[in-house]
Design a protein around this ligand. Structure first.
Ligand code: ADP
Length: 175
């Protein structure tokens, strides 16, 4: 498959996605929170929290994997994005690292399809345009060199965010 066709954009709720792994924008405790994290924990059920308790948290820019429990997705990859503090605190590198570590875990667990939310762009206030560019560039560079995951889906909660991603992916296609 053409590398660029391996990146897709979808508008909707990530908890509904029947993929090998969905990525969770978690916090360092891994014990659930608001936003997409809360939605994933509610949809997966209490067993997810039990498994997460065994993981001893997760550092910013790192990722850990669990089962998907009641979700249609087989696995959940929990990553912790940086809180936006103006851009001078290594936020861009940390955000890129979330995507890389998540993709590495996906590949190590034989995941062919992976869906990402827009990590850090909610409560953590990362500016959407910049976060989108990092997400698309990092994923595109990663999959260029690997066979797994075969397909990466950016699952955007609203149409405006999906449009930003579509533009960033289209710009890749021209480049
Ligand atoms: P963070 O703390 O990393 O900023 P949030 O959950 O607050 O995480 O927001 C991350 C992104 O996830 C936001 O763009 C938000 O709109 C989006 N989001 C929230 N709920 C869902 C969902 N169910 N599916 C997909 N994306 C979601």
């Amino acid at each position: 498959m053409n590398d660029r066709a391996r990146i897709q954009v979808h508008a909707g709720d990530i908890t509904k996605m029947a993929v090998d792994a969905i990525v969770n924008a978690a916090n360092t405790s891994l014990l659930g929170g608001g936003g997409v994290d809360g939605a994933i924990h509610r949809a997966a059920g209490r067993e997810l929290e039990f498994e997460c308790r065994m993981l001893n948290g997760c550092k910013i820019g790192e990722a850990k994997i669990t089962k998907g429990y009641k979700l249609p997705a087989r696995h959940i990859i929990h990553t912790v994005g940086p809180v936006w503090q103006g851009g001078g605190k290594g936020e861009a590198e940390l955000l890129a690292s979330c995507y890389i570590r998540s993709l590495e875990l996906a590949a190590a667990n034989d995941c062919r399809t992976v869906a990402f939310p827009a990590i850090s762009t909610g409560v953590y206030r990362y500016p959407k345009e910049e976060a989108t560019q990092i997400a698309v560039d990092t994923v595109s560079r990663f999959i260029e060199k690997r066979t797994l995951p075969e397909t990466v889906i950016f699952c955007c909660f609203d149409d405006q965010t999906a449009e930003l991603y579509r533009q960033a992916v289209a710009a890749l296609r021209k480049g």
